[in-house]
Design a protein around this ligand. Structure first.
Ligand code: KG4
Ligand code: ZN
Length: 405
């Protein structure tokens, strides 16, 4: 079965086409096309994602990415196609707020032969409402135009399942339930207990900022760039190289920098990263310019920020795995790209005889391949499909019921 995935929850426009076969989860997967258009440059001057700009960019990017993807699987065939009156009416309902979009999509549907695709999957939420709507409306239009079923997908579940997308074409090890999953991104930090596919319990989450948000905000404060996860990780690596060499001359005030590990001792599985950001901000304000201008300062700060965030994430994941007596841990979401977090968690899992699952690096960040995979799995489970106009974007969609532990 060929599945078209569409992702627009934040600032990455993603279109993917996956060929999948077999059991609901995990199926055998071939990635036929996987395109992501990043809007980082557009949002960078604002230091964060601007929802209305994100929507505009998604609308601009979706159709070109779709055409490119269809071309990759040799399914972009120009051919005059007649749209029935009822299809036209459905499209008019979907795009009642945007005549321009109605025209663009209608023209596309009338100019190309419907492709050999079996199912469409789209991110319904959670995410930024205007951004989500761009994808949901686009998906609905294609679903009507091509007469294909449409499955709404939870973005967080898609991150969870991304660990089973193939790595360089090679299938990933099969999941073994029960599992503890950490979904950690720019918008979320959630610990989830999964006893089988599609059965999730939220056992803890951040009470304020997400871990990725903390990377982003502290990196901005230190002038390291946006988004902050990757520059912080690179700066931290430089620091580690420096302190591993014998001749250093590092001012003591920099070597002594230490940050709090918020809620690390708390008995629950919740997180809080706003305090860490504030601690970085206070320290930054307090230190004299001579220290802040030192070459070593941002490197040591980055290392300490990364250690602090990872210490807390690791401690809670491993404790949850022990308390819930699971067989493995899943690390997913944009922050799962963090190499130190991956390495330290892999070690912890080995020590505790736990299986360790994480997405291939290419699928750690937002992408539409994980959306197509999740859509396929739910379609196989015969979850109701949407074929009527009326699929709603859900900015606050949750993955699971919150259970107090
Ligand atoms: O999952 P994602 O692409 O988008 C959301 O759903 O939020 O995650 C983006 C987040 C950003 O906050 C970014 O700073 C973080 O993932 N990130 C990283 C790394 N690469 C990206 N955080 C830590 N280390 C990295 N190497
Ligand atoms: Zn995400």
């Amino acid at each position: 079965m060929k599945v078209l995935g569409i992702e627009t929850s934040c600032d990455d426009t993603g279109i993917a086409i996956l060929e999948m076969e077999g059991p609901c989860f995990p199926p055998s997967i071939q990635i036929k096309a996987n395109l992501v258009s990043s809007q980082v440059k557009i949002h960078r001057p604002w230091g964060g994602v601007v929802p209305t700009l994100a929507k505009r960019e998604h609308q601009k990017n979706l159709l070109p990415l779709l055409k490119k993807s269809l071309d990759r699987i040799n399914q972009l065939h120009p051919e005059k196609t007649v749209l029935s009156r009822s299809k036209k009416e459905s499209l008019t309902k979907i795009f009642f707020k945007s005549e321009k979009w109605l025209k663009v999509i209608s023209l596309f549907l009338q100019s190309y032969r419907p492709p050999n695709i079996d199912l469409i999957a789209v991110t319904q939420g959670p995410g930024l409402a205007p951004a989500l709507w761009a994808g949901v409306n686009f998906a609905q239009a294609l679903s009507f135009g091509w007469g294909l079923p449409l499955v709404p997908v939870n973005h967080l579940e898609a991150h969870f399942l991304s660990s089973w997308l193939p790595e360089n074409g090679i299938p990933r090890p099969k999941p073994v339930f029960p599992l503890i999953a950490l979904i950690v991104s720019g918008g979320h930090t959630q610990l989830v207990f999964a006893d089988r596919f599609s059965h999730y319990q939220l056992i803890g989450e951040t009470r304020d900022d997400a871990a990725g948000e903390c990377f982003d905000k502290t990196a901005r404060l230190l002038g390291l760039g946006y988004p902050g996860g990757s520059p912080i990780a690179q700066a931290a690596e430089k620091w580690q190289t420096i302190i591993s060499q014998p001749r250093k001359n590092i001012p003591a005030v920099i070597e002594d920098i230490s940050l709090p590990r918020p809620m690390i001792q708390a008995k629950n599985f919740d997180f809080s990263f706003a305090g860490l950001k504030t601690a970085v901000s206070y320290l930054h304000q307090r230190l004299p310019l001579t220290v802040k201008n030192s070459f070593f300062y941002p490197l040591k700060m980055a290392d300490e920020i990364q250690q602090a965030i990872n210490d807390v994430l690791l401690k809670k994941m491993v404790r949850a795995a022990r308390d819930f007596r699971v067989k493995g841990i899943v690390l997913s979401g944009g922050v799962s790209a963090n190499q130190q977090l991956r390495e330290r968690l892999a070690e912890k899992c080995k020590e505790n005889r736990l299986l360790f699952f994480r997405p291939p690096l290419a699928f750690a960040m937002d992408n539409a391949a994980m959306i197509a995979l999740t859509g396929y799995c739910h379609q196989q489970e015969a979850v109701p499909l949407c074929r009527i106009p009326g699929l709603q974007a859900e900015a606050n969609l949750s993955l699971a019921e919150n259970v107090a532990h």
